[in-house]
Design a protein around this ligand. Structure first.
Ligand code: TYM
Length: 331
């Protein structure tokens, strides 16, 4: 099979501003491979209604996410870019996939366990529970071969593969079984203030999360005040030196420089020097992204790309859904 015949797909929830973690864990890996695959990227807006939201904020977040994809280098000439809720097949196949999924499997999902703890007080929405079968539908509709995501989404993609296998066994070969792609470096960027936790969109109140649209002075401040340790040696050791290891990963993921080479280069130099370089590299990256973001954040640019993308996506999604319905006896 030609490389271009293989399909790559990923998505981001428009549930807050996009972080450096989202970029390094997923978007960057998508962008660098988009010309090797038949590529799809979407704004996962159905996945963003798992908590009550202000509708205007959601609309704005979808546009932000789209403009950010473009600013990060997603090329609409090579990649189909669309909004999940505009392709109705996602909802239908998502519903069908819930019937392939065991309650036990969903209860074991780490993301469900973490998020339901926060929701617990007011009752847990079923939407949060059945989030993975919808994510499976997102992936399976496009005959996806490869899904680049951060480490926190690996379990969902693996479940998707299991569900595809189960469906194929029960009803005959219908879905392609996707592989997950986890980047060797940058797959779990940690909170700069609390490196025991992942960097999260929802932790915007402190200095721990870098958003791609942050003011560059603030970005520098966040990196210079990142929590480290008192050893004063730039050495990669995730267990004993999570803060420094996180900064090394950020540097390596952005520049491509190998971790041992970074360690060698900073041998005998202090954390101040090291942090300054990380800050320079991150600020250079964000400066470029922010300039492009302003260029793309225009309704006339975004609407045209989204409507072309949805039209293209619907063709493939409807073929797959028809195949699934036929297999199930729904046609
Ligand atoms: P979301 O919106 O939480 O995150 C988007 C992508 O960013 C990755 N990511 C990280 N990577 C490294 N370090 C971090 N700190 C970090 N934080 C987030 C996530 O792993 C993800 O790849 N359910 C998905 C969206 C989705 C999707 C899909 C993805 C819906 N359907 C189908 C792929 C395929 C989500 O909530 O991602």
């Amino acid at each position: 099979m030609e490389k271009q015949d293989k399909v790559m797909l990923t998505g981001v929830r428009p549930s807050g501003n996009i972080t450096l973690g989202n970029y390094l864990g997923a978007i960057k890996n998508f962008v660098t491979r988009q010309n090797l695959y038949k590529s799809y990227i979407f704004v996962a807006d159905l996945h963003a209604i798992t908590s009550p939201r202000n509708p205007d904020e959601l609309r704005e977040a979808v546009n932000d996410c789209m403009a950010m994809y473009l600013a990060c280098g997603v090329n609409p000439e090579q990649t189909t870019i669309f909004r999940q809720s505009e392709v109705l097949e996602h909802g239908v196949l998502g519903f069908i996939m819930t019937f392939q999924t065991h309650m036990g499997e969903l209860s074991r999902m780490t993301q469900f366990k973490l998020k339901s703890q926060n929701m617990g007080k007011n009752g847990i929405d079923t939407g949060l529970f059945v989030y993975p079968p919808l994510m499976a539908a997102d992936i399976l509709l496009y005959n996806t071969d490869m899904v680049p995501v951060g480490l926190d989404q690996q379990q969902h993609v693996e479940l998707t593969r299991d569900l595809a296998q189960r469906f194929n066994k029960r009803y005959g070969n219908t879905f392609n079984e996707p592989d997950v792609y986890i980047a060797p470096v940058g797959n779990k960027i940690l909170n700069l203030q609390n490196p025991a936790e992942k960097m999260n969109k929802s932790d915007g109140q402190n200095l721990g999360t870098i958003f791609l649209m942050d003011d560059l002075k603030l970005v520098r401040k966040k990196i210079m005040s990142a929590v480290t340790d008192c050893e004063a040696v730039v050495r990669f050791d995730e267990e004993n030196k999570p803060g420094i290891s996180n900064l090394i990963s950020i540097l390596s993921a952005i520049t491509g420089e190998k971790i041992p080479d970074i360690e060698k280069r900073f041998a005998g130099r202090g954390y101040g020097d090291f942090k300054r370089e990380v800050a320079d590299v991150v600020c250079d990256l964000l400066d470029k992204i922010q300039t492009d973001y302003k260029r793309f954040k225009k309704p006339e640019v975004l609407n045209k790309i989204l409507s072309d993308g949805a039209t293209k996506a619907r063709v493939v999604a409807s073929e797959t859904l028809e195949r699934a319905k036929l297999a199930l006896g729904l046609k």
